[in-house]
Design a protein around this ligand. Structure first.
Ligand code: GLN
Length: 493
């Protein structure tokens, strides 16, 4: 492995600008790692030519004095973002071979800022999953292994599993992820990296394959807080092409980054202390509380009384929106078409959807259609929407007592391949700490906190007020400095 792939986003940007090395060398080093890391199955498509062209442009820009914020930084792009002329599958057979004629706003923003694209990252099908095992292109492996010698293959979490593995295994310095109910934060926690979901509406959803539109948000995953701030700044911004995009300037998150929580009140929500969570997670949470207290924060107990309804509400709202969004895959407009020899249009729809969608996506479509049906709409969908409002109100009440919340990111460390695939409810439980912030549209980051007894990373989550990414990032930086998490998975692939 080249030492250049030890460099993250900020170090590459600064080193290229200072002339310490060429962007081309960085791109070549990462491309070599992507090739060596194929056994991890993090990429659905590799695009070395894109990364090299952007690197050459960066090297030329240095000579002409035209460097951009991400000149020379090669990135991985989750396969949920439409990339012009490059296959975009959303992890589904339904979109195999689909080459968009346009670029998503988020990936376009990154490329316009000078970044290169190493390839498209594997993910759970249509971002539905917590382990990357629902991908039509095979599961992604975590680079981490338990230290018990058993060599159980672990999931990197999901749905941004390819993204998490790519950063953790040094196949990319930074990547895009998307988070509907935890898909940036949980895989970041599982693989010992950092990932932030910004406030709903910060990043445009234009060109991001839709799962649950009222929840979907793009965000960066990288090795540390600073790199996340840099990437988020480039990704975010008002976009007239997305009606839910916030008409606000992008703050200077990196310039205002300071490892400072003095005078901040950090709330510890009582309801996040749930049964069945391993003692090690509670221990790391206690440690994290101590670090923020040492850094000058005041710690306060708070209550978010409707927390226990968040997961059931999420698993009604997200499938409802998904069933509606996924109606567009009819064999006429996009991707796969299966035309049975006998039969007409209806048979073509049925055959296409039967062949194109995997079991988890079908389950969500069925649940979503059911909760939206005339007879059950009031009992399920409407109730869930009311619960969603109560959950948002819980956070509003908490903000009268504190500025930030500190919680675990996930109720376990990474689990083994296949361990939860036969039990959807066990899989859904993994999102228990992530979905409340999603339902309320709040910014939330996962930062690595330590290793468990089996040598696997554990992450903690910092949730902030709407639009207050700066406080979230600053607290995360203070946390990161104290946690001193420098562990890496041993390269076995
Ligand atoms: N694991 C959750 C789900 O399966 C969240 C997915 C996501 O955030 N995209 O719905």
């Amino acid at each position: 492995m080249s030492a250049l792939t030890d460099l993250g986003v900020a170090a590459i940007r600064d080193g290229v600008a200072a002339g310490d090395f060429k962007a081309r060398e960085v791109a070549e080093a990462y491309i070599a790692n992507v090739e060596q890391g194929r056994a991890l199955n993090a990429f659905v498509v590799e695009t070395p030519e894109h990364a090299l062209a952007a690197a050459d442009a960066a090297d030329a820009a240095r000579v002409s004095g035209d460097l951009k914020p991400l000149s020379g930084v090669p990135l991985g792009i989750k396969d949920l973002f439409c990339t012009k002329g490059v296959q975009t599958t959303a992890g589904s057979k339904m979109l195999e071979g689909y080459k968009p004629v346009y670029e998503s706003t988020v990936s376009g923003n990154l490329l316009a800022a000078g970044a290169g694209m190493l390839g498209k990252l594997n993910m759970d099908e249509f971002a539905m999953g917590s382990s990357n095992e629902t991908s039509a292109f095979g599961n992604v492996l975590s680079p981490w292994r338990r230290n018990d010698g058993g060599n159980v293959a672990l999931t990197p979490g999901g749905s941004s599993g390819g993204s998490a593995t790519a950063v953790s295994a040094r196949l990319a310095p930074g990547v895009t992820g998307t988070d509907t109910g935890g898909s940036i934060r949980q895989p970041a926690a599982f693989t010992g990296i950092t990932g932030i979901k910004p406030t709903y509406g910060r990043c445009s959803r234009y060109g991001m394959v839709a799962f649950a539109s009222s929840l979907d948000q793009a965000g960066p995953m990288a090795r540390d807080v600073r790199d996340c701030a840099i990437l988020l700044e480039a990704m975010a911004g008002f976009d007239p092409k997305d009606s839910t995009s916030l008409q606000l300037d992008v703050p200077k998150w990196e310039a205002n980054l300071a490892a400072d929580v003095r005078g901040k009140k950090v709330g510890i929500p009582n309801e996040y202390r749930i049964d069945g969570v391993p003692a090690e997670i509670d221990a790391v949470w206690e440690q994290g509380i101590g670090w923020l207290r040492d850094a000058g924060a005041e710690i306060v107990e708070v209550s978010l009384p409707h927390t226990k309804y968040a997961l059931p509400a999420y698993y009604i709202i997200a499938p409802a929106e998904a069933s509606s969004n996924l109606a567009r895959y009819d064999g006429v407009r996009y991707g796969l078409r299966v035309q049975p020899e006998q039969g007409g249009l209806q048979d073509m729809y049925e055959a296409t959807r039967a062949a194109g969608f995997g079991p988890e996506v079908k389950r969500r479509i069925m649940i979503g259609t059911y909760v939206l049906s005339a007879g059950f709409y009031d009992a399920y969908f409407n109730q869930a929407q009311k619960v969603r409002a109560l959950i948002a109100r819980d956070f509003d009440n908490a903000w009268t007592k504190c500025d930030l919340l500190l919680t675990p990111t996930a109720p376990s460390a990474a689990f083994g391949l296949g361990e939860k695939m036969s039990d959807p409810l066990a899989m859904y439980l993994n999102d228990v700490f992530a979905v409340p912030a999603s339902l309320a549209g709040l910014p939330a980051i996962s930062v690595p906190a330590g290793l468990d007894g089996q040598g696997l990373p554990l992450g903690l989550q910092i949730i902030g007020k709407a639009l207050d990414e700066q406080s979230v990032l600053n607290a995360a930086l203070a946390f990161e400095e104290r946690a001193g998490f420098t562990h890496r998975a041993e390269a076995w692939w």
